[in-house]
Design a protein around this ligand. Structure first.
Ligand SMILES: Cc1cc2nc3c(=O)[nH]c(=O)nc-3n(C[C@H](O)[C@H](O)[C@H](O)COP(=O)(O)OP(=O)(O)OC[C@H]3O[C@@H](n4cnc5c(N)ncnc54)[C@H](O)[C@@H]3O)c2cc1C
Length: 388
């Protein structure tokens, strides 16, 4: 009888795990089922480029059916889990509920934008996590230029031409850098708006940007963006958002109609319904083989898991880590089913790149640091080679 292996979530971690299982599990020995709520993998490192239009939206997604060779893709949402019966509950796209049995279950459900109780945030700010957000933001930016060009009142132009990003991680910083480049070109077609000038503000609660990478690289990125006139406020929080302004912790009220919220991620809240242990941040704690603590047939990877980092602490929520955890989890699941031997997750994160707009980036590979065009070229080449 074939084993049932269910992978919940088909993003970076889940899709890579499925591919590895397809490769190593003998045919007929296992039924591989990948459950995902959409039928494509979004290559998030290129989302800022999709927003800025330097890449077409269709070039930053890959259909999961093209990635998978023999795993069965089930479209729908994982809604529940019964560890004793070894089943998960799937809600299909047409609203029906199905029960899927498993012998081994891998949780790779990713994360959601972290939302804080800031008044007006839900009503007036936008997130930056999916393709729809990227396209919306680009269209909105063009609309603000149109409206500012037509506006007679300078105060209204101020609101329209001030763009506030909250959160200085990968997503916020790269999105801001790309969109500022795009807007700097686009504004040439709007003479009255150009004369008024734009204002770009990044608000970050901690005392540094880019916690995902080492401090020197982050410092370089900060200097580069400040050199482009971006107003970066460290140690500052967003206090309130209204339709035409944002109040920050310095007491200032910024006139703006664009607040982009990219202040970190939180593990998928659906995990709370899945009867698995969670740490204080809502992540599933796993051991160095990626097995969920206290469970013998459940594994977890990526943004939804607290994975021990060989450098200490837990792995950061990055695609780089998720794509490497996927194959390790796959190997360990296979080993559990009698194929091969188990291994540990030992990736130390030796490379990092941050795009700072068109032809500009900063990056580190091993002990070498790259800046400007060479870093951009390396980052683009690396990412292109990684898109499945
Ligand atoms: C704008 C942006 C830029 C980024 N840039 C970088 C970068 O340059 N480098 C880098 O390393 N990382 C980057 N990241 C982070 C990276 O995207 C994540 O760390 C990575 O996606 C985590 O992989 P994952 O497999 O854990 O989750 P995901 O890739 O998010 O996959 C989770 C999957 O589960 C699906 N899902 C969710 N809930 C359910 C459910 N109930 N049932 C079924 N399916 C479900 C989702 O649709 C998704 O397909 C960026 C993120 C963003 C938002």
């Amino acid at each position: 009888m074939a084993w049932n292996v269910v992978i919940a979530g088909g993003g970076f971690g889940g899709a890579m795990a499925a591919r590895e299982l397809e490769r190593i599990m003998p045919r007929q020995s296992a039924r591989l089922v990948l459950v995902n709520d959409v039928n494509f993998l979004l290559y998030t490192p290129f989302l800022p480029e999709a927003a800025a239009g330097t890449l077409e939206p269709r070039h930053v997604v890959t259909p999961l059916r093209e990635i998978l060779k023999r795993a069965y893709l089930r479209l729908g949402a994982i809604e529940g889990h019964d560890p004793a019966a070894k089943t998960v509950e799937l809600r299909t796209r047409d609203g029906e509920t199905e029960t899927l049995p498993y012998d081994q279950l891998l949780l790779a459900l990713g994360s959601v934008s972290r939302v804080l109780p800031v008044p007006g945030l839900a009503e007036h700010a936008v997130g930056f996590k999916g393709l729809a957000d990227a396209i919306w933001l680009r269209n909105h930016l063009v609309e603000t230029l149109e409206a500012a060009n037509a506006a007679e009142d300078p105060a209204r132009r101020d609101e329209l031409l001030t763009y506030v990003f909250v959160g200085g991680g990968y997503a916020g910083l790269e999105a801001l850098a790309e969109l500022q480049d795009f807007a700097a070109d686009a504004i040439e077609s709007y003479p009255r708006a150009r004369l008024h000038g734009m204002r770009w503000v990044l608000v970050e609660a901690s005392d540094r940007v880019l916690p995902e990478i080492d401090p020197q690289l982050a410092e370089y990125a900060l200097r580069e963006l400040r050199g482009r006139g971006i107003d970066i406020r460290l140690g500052t929080t967003l206090e309130e958002v209204c339709a035409d302004s944002a109040r920050i912790s310095t007491g200032e009220t910024l006139p703006t109609r664009t607040v982009v919220w990219t202040a970190g991620v939180a593990p998928n809240p659906k995990l709370r319904d899945l009867r698995v242990p969670l740490d204080e941040r809502g992540r599933v704690p796993v051991d160095e083989q990626l097995r969920v603590e206290g469970m013998d047939a459940v594994w977890a990877i990526g943004d939804c898991a607290a994975v021990p980092n060989p450098r200490g602490g837990t792995s950061p929520p990055t695609a780089q880590h998720a794509v490497r955890q996927g194959p390790v989890a796959a190997r360990n699941i296979a080993a559990e089913l009698g194929v091969g031997s188990p291994r540990r997750f030992e990736y130390r994160g030796n490379a990092a790149f941050v795009n700072l707009g068109r032809y500009k980036a900063v990056g580190r590979v091993g002990g070498l640091t790259f800046r400007g065009f060479p870093a951009w070229w390396l980052a683009r080449t690396y990412h292109m080679s990684q898109i499945p």
